[in-house]
Ligand binder design. Sequence first.
Ligand code: G3P
Ligand code: MG
Length: 250
Amino acid sequence: MTINLPKLIGHRGVRGLAPENTIQSIKKAIELNIKWVEIDVKISKDRIPFLLHDSNLERTTSGKGSPLNYKYNELYKLDAGSWFDKKQKNLYPPTLREVLDLCSQKNIGVNIELKPNKGFEEANVVAITELIMKHKFDCQYFFSSFDWYSLIKIRKLLPESRIGILIDGFDQKRNFTKVLNKCNEHNFFSCGFNITIISDEIIKACKNYGIQVTVYSSQNIEKYEAEEFWNLGVDSIFIDDPTSYKNMLE
Ligand code: G3P
Ligand code: MG
């Protein structure tokens, strides 16, 4: 079963308006009528899938070093909000389970980005798979990653899942034709491209292969830019701050 991606996907919740990858950020997205959110997921020392973007804790929490050095009950005590806004010191890095429960209740779709720390790709996928098989959440979701290994592994463990690759750049080994062929081989339904490499040719080729196209950026994508992409056939834009999209979200 495929999904038709929405025009907008909240990036790490809505990371321009609330501390990324927190319950607060997802609730803010829901409040603004965003129907899908993207989150970055990795594991703790005791193999609990939880939300964090970076390999280390420093930038977005009060912790230090790799999250793999801490059990989740220690990560839960970290402050994941003050770095963004001094008043938001009661936020913590939530578990994937908590987020999928919330999104099931609110009927929000979730893009689970598999973001393993290096060397823990398999453990990450196994922990996420076990959680999903055990709880059978009620929301729509799909998996994405920059890491082919993680995606191919999840295709084996959860054969029915919807999966998309993320592409930050091309090189000789990973040229666009090879990406498309590999997507076809593993039945991936989408490709997400960095805004710096997306082009009309890429969009057209993906569409010819029946692959949905998403675009992400390190900065917020404003509505006038998104409209150009949608007109070219892009399905979804990851947004940090949907303020300029207000009219279409009402
Ligand atoms: O999935 C789009 C986007 O989240 C990929 O980049 O670094 O923000 O996880 P990043
Ligand atoms: Mg991400």
